[in-house]
Design a protein around this ligand. Structure first.
Ligand code: CTP
Ligand code: MG
Length: 706
């Protein structure tokens, strides 16, 4: 393998990080941006304002309705104990329209156990895709994709600090220049593929903090420090206290720099002047903190040492960025060696391109492209007869209607199945309550019956032995006592034998009396417990009829429940059925999507062929052997225009489509080729040509970095 002696980088790595490599191997000098041409800044500002015009959260409505849907869903699942709040770019006003939807699930009372699994299960039931659980993170997260809107969603649990810091970012973003500056940095980082924390680069949030730090440090400052001089506002989260005070009052800046000039100074600062070994980005400080004082100096190997295999040790504080509320949290914790190299490469690249007078668009050229499309997008259509193409177009359109009908019926079926499922769950829950009530009555009744039995035996045992009632015994005892204690008649004395007999009869009476009292007491207790027992029996009977009542009531309201076996197993079966239906719905949706894409492609080709006139393939023309060339246009330039929704000619459209930039063809369905203004309008409306690195990654293979 060819490895550079100075840096240890392989050829592949040299190509991957060309600017950085040139610097590391001392081939080129770091350019200075001190004397950037004024005209260049003016041009760049114009470009930026054109880009900003087209940045909007086109999915804002989908985000809102999905948030509402999930709110309802989770509240129902957790019996109103749950609270769902949005945070991140959908609330801060810092959305490029391509970001994810960040939601926080918190609980008003105690957090249910295994909550992540429950949420994931619920999402599965809802037919969400690519559900991923990250349970061991400091903040547990469920990630998924909403199949309808295509939105990527992160639901994090008890992420309260994020709600507070989003509020503060919103306050920073209320100033238009600050908001637009952050958007441009996020735009650059997103298009250059360095804003993906889980892949080892920095999060959008970290880029936002760096942007704010830069604006706080300009002279005069463009952004204030919203955390200084406030009355502390302490919140406690998981036993830790945080000061979340945030001054959200408007800030009048005396700085008059334009966005372009601020962007240039941003690159100048972070590419060359910022010493990551000594400085910590800290917006709560309004400027860098000393890394040594904060004990955040870089430890472990350098990224270069890791990527060249010289060390496998862990790097700490590689680009220290302090969270404004959680001061122990370094946002560069997740940056991997390759990520750090790429970030440095991007800073170097931006610096060089600016110094060479390159446009902002070029600086932000997307790194990822969908490269699985054929070179010539219409290759299979060029040789086909237009009439037969029109025929297949009609067939496809009717197939789309059929698929739509199919989807509709599946959706209705699933809806019914889900309603029944909810009903079954509710019924089971209601009867479960009655059942558990019965269980507890039975649990009390069992020892009560035993006690009653015991008392009855005691009482009857005594009564069997003593036939005389207690009253009679007492009378007998009194009589005997009187007789035994009467004055002695000296003339009529009893004999000793009789006297002995009387005494023993008296003692016997005494014992009988005691037993008789015991029997009476047992009888009283027996009566009391029998009464209690009767009450319980009555309650038991009531629960039986209550269960019947509940069932009858439910069946009366929902006749569809009749005949269904009310058992947890049945619920499971219904659940599986609903899941299977959702899968079929998803399949039909993607079928519809494919069909519409193909319809768009054929329609575009028919229009192009019609406009080409002479070049139009003849009815029975033979297939061409060599691949026709795409019209000669500057594809990069067309792409740039398409990415911001600018207008372009049919030739350019052809070229764009032939290079794979085809999303949005559908929007041109109705525009007539002879009506360029309509074409322009539809082109402008649809801005989905923007290539998001994440989409690129999902849909196509990664291309090597440019
Ligand atoms: N957040 C955080 N700590 C992190 C990362 C993110 O507290 N380490 C919170 C912040 O409140 C941030 C939100 O999560 O606003 C969303 O982060 P992220 O998606 O990176 O930022 P967005 O501005 O939403 O970016 P995008 O538009 O690309 O989704
Ligand atoms: Mg986000």
């Amino acid at each position: 393998m060819n490895v550079c002696r100075t840096t240890g980088l392989t050829v592949d790595q040299q190509e991957r990080w060309p600017f950085l490599y040139s610097h590391l191997s001392s081939e080129i000098e770091i350019p200075s941006l001190d004397a950037t041409d004024e005209q260049y800044i003016i041009e760049m500002d114009k470009e930026i304002s054109r880009i900003l015009k087209h940045i909007g959260d086109g999915k804002a409505k989908s985000r809102e309705s999905l948030t509402r849907h999930l709110q309802g869903l989770l509240q129902r699942r957790f019996q109103r104990n749950a609270k769902v709040e949005a945070f991140g770019s959908s609330v801060t006003g810092l959305s490029l329209g391509t970001g994810d939807l960040d939601l926080c699930l918190s609980f008003k009372r105690e957090q249910p156990k295994k909550v992540l699994r429950k949420v994931a299960g619920l999402l599965r039931e809802e037919g969400m895709m690519d559900i991923q659980q990250i349970p061991r993170a400091k903040i547990p997260i469920v990630k998924f994709n909403d199949s309808r809107s295509g939105l990527e969603v992160d639901i994090s649990i008890e992420n309260r600090l994020a709600i507070y810091n989003s509020k503060m970012l919103k306050a920073y973003a209320q100033d238009n220049r600050v908001r637009e500056f952050i958007l441009m940095i996020k735009y650059w980082a997103s298009r250059r593929g360095i804003n993906t924390a889980y892949e080892g680069t920095l999060s959008s949030y970290a880029w936002t903090l760096m942007s704010i730090q830069h604006l706080q440090m300009t002279n005069p400052p463009v952004a204030p420090n919203r955390q200084s001089g406030n009355k502390p506002k302490i919140v406690e989260i998981n036993g830790e206290s945080y000061d979340i005070s945030n001054d959200s009052s408007p800030f009048e800046s005396e700085n008059t720099q334009s966005l372009a000039s601020l962007l240039i100074s941003f690159f100048d600062r972070f590419a060359t002047r910022w010493d990551w070994n000594e400085m910590v980005v800290s917006i709560r400080n309004g400027g860098p903190l000393n890394a040594e004082k904060k004990r955040w100096t870089h430890t472990g190997p350098l990224p270069l040492e890791v990527v060249t295999g010289q060390s496998k040790n862990r790097m700490e504080h590689i680009m220290p960025i302090e969270d404004p509320f959680d001061h122990n949290h370094d946002l560069s914790r997740i940056v991997k060696a390759e990520g750090a190299m790429t970030i440095q490469e991007e800073f170097m690249r931006a610096l060089h391109l600016i110094s060479e007078g390159k446009s902002w668009r070029e600086i932000c050229t997307p790194v990822m492209e969908i490269d699985e499309e054929p070179e010539d997008f219409f290759h299979d259509l060029r040789t086909q007869n237009i009439d037969s193409l029109k025929e297949s177009l009609e067939e496809m359109k009717s197939e789309v209607s059929q698929v739509e009908e199919h989807i509709q019926s599946l959706v209705t079926e699933r809806q019914n199945s889900k309603e029944l499922l909810d009903l079954l769950r509710g019924t089971l829950q209601e009867t479960r309550n009655v059942k558990s009530n019965r269980q507890s009555i039975l649990a009390e009744l069992r020892p009560l019956s035993m006690k009653v039995q015991e008392l009855r035996q005691t009482r009857d045992g005594i009564n069997d032995r003593i036939a005389i009632p207690t009253k009679r015994i007492r009378q007998e005892m009194v009589r005997m006592f009187n007789s035994l204690t009467a004055e002695v008649d000296v003339f009529n004395t009893q004999n000793l034998g009789k006297e002995k007999g009387d005494f023993s009869y008296f003692f016997e009476l005494q014992a009988m009396y005691k037993a008789s009292i015991e029997s009476n007491e047992a009888h009283q207790e027996f009566i009391r417990l029998r009464r209690e027992q009767n009450k319980e029996y009555k309650a038991l009977k009531e629960t039986n009829s209550k269960e019947e009542d509940v069932l009858n009531r439910l069946i009366e309201k929902n006749p569809e429940l009749k005949g269904i076996n009310l058992h947890p197993k049945t619920v499971k079966e219904f659940q599986e059925n609903a899941n299977a239906l959702q899968k079929s719905i998803n399949i039909q949706y993607s079928k519809k999507h494919e069909l519409r894409r193909e319809i768009g492609r054929i329609e575009a080709w028919i229009r192009i062929a019609a406009s080409k006139g002479k070049q139009r393939p003849k009815r029975d023309s033979k297939p061409r052997t060599s691949r026709p060339r795409a019209p000669s246009v500057n594809i990069n330039e067309v792409r740039e225009r398409a990415s911001t929704g600018g207008s372009f000619s049919l030739n350019e459209l052809d070229a764009l489509l032939s290079k794979g930039g085809l999303s949005g063809i559908e929007s041109k369905e109705k525009s007539s080729p002879s009506n360029p203004s309509a074409r322009r309008k539809s082109g402008r409306k649809k801005t989905s040509y923007r290539v998001d690195p994440r989409q690129g990654r999902k849909r196509g293979k990664k291309q090597s970095r440019k």
